[in-house]
Design a binder for this molecule. Sequence first.
Ligand code: FAD
Length: 395
Amino acid sequence: RVQKVVVIGGGFGGATVAKYLKRFDAEIEVTLIEPKTTYMTCPGSNWYLAGLVDVQSLTHDYTNLIAKHQVRVIHQMATAVDAQSKTVTLENGDVLSYDKLVVSPGIDFKYDAIDGYSKEAAQILPHAWQAGTQTELLAKQIKEMPQGGRFLMVAPPNPYRCAPGPYERISMIAAYFKEHNPRATIMILDPKTKFSKQALFHQGWQELYGEMIEWYGAQDGATVSKIDVANKTVYSDFDTVTADVINVIPAQKAGKIAFTAGLTDATGWCPVNQDTFESSLQKDIYVIGDSAIAGAMPKSGHSASSQGKMCAAAIVSALRDLPMPQTRNVNTCYSLVSKDWGISIVGVYENRDNRIAEIKGAGGVSPMSASLQERKMEADYARAWYKSITMDIWN
Ligand code: FAD
């Protein structure tokens, strides 16, 4: 009998696991469920805000997965999972059966975490934390901001996708303003006391953008409790701030289908066996990417894709009754501070006592003392990383 694997979500995690399942065992029937016919990546979407890349170069489709890798792709939303009968129901009513199911739906937002913000409000004050129309809306608002105006970011609490992402975004918006709106100011109100690559970001901001960027954290009382959308005003203990453009990045949780399928715990994320990514709550269902609780691995596209490969190996091993190979995992998050100024953080991980843990001394961050030439090299590595990972997944 042909073994069937269904994958929900065609992003960094889902598209990787689908492709690698076919590479590891071409006999398995792999079906990928993804509503979108094209997928715009969040990685690179900050670069778009600075005008460094266009939407086209960040957009990928499923033609290679279908034609080159024999993945069956269905452009539908999955609306329900029945773990007992091992079936997935699609929006159009079709029901698919599986031997193994992989769920990689990315994130959803806790819209009610800030009084006054909502899904509807995101059409006026965009989050742009899922790439596509939201990214284009934010880019348009930045372009149309009055000369000398104020841009405000309401940063998210931990844990969220892409730890350095908000701060790369600030850098890219500053790069845009430096050229097109030099008197503009940027403020960040952050519910955290510190953030990823903080010293490196502050160094780059000072060097490249002078006094343009102001950051306030939880220690300053900058946790935003309320937003008046119509008057573009945010309230925190730190201050009441009005701005011309406001980017609100809300608190996050696992993608909706993870809740529907009973894969989440009290944290709002999905506990898994960190060796195989099989759900701790439902047998024969695997969760990868942002939705999964993956020990020390951060929520990133690189992590999701690494996990997709691990999960493909785990499923093929389980279907063939073989032991799961021991794997090591990598994550790299590059950020551009300007077109020619790149910084990075790298982690290498192994499984210890059923938990993904970082291997001390194997990763690290860019040195504070790097030369301009080294910063430029890292910016080039960032672009090369983007090319190679998207080729690996969608080509
Ligand atoms: P996603 O890539 O979001 O894919 C989920 C997919 O599932 C979507 O296509 C969605 O349509 C689909 N889906 C959801 N629900 C259903 C359903 N019910 N049925 C069918 N399909 C469904 N990471 C990096 O590694 N490097 C970076 O430089 C980087 N930069 C970033 C910059 C920004 C601004 C942001 C916001 C993120 C960045 N990330 C980066 C993080 C990265 O985008 C995510 O961590 C990654 O996309 C997670 O992959 P995923 O498969 O979990 O989810």
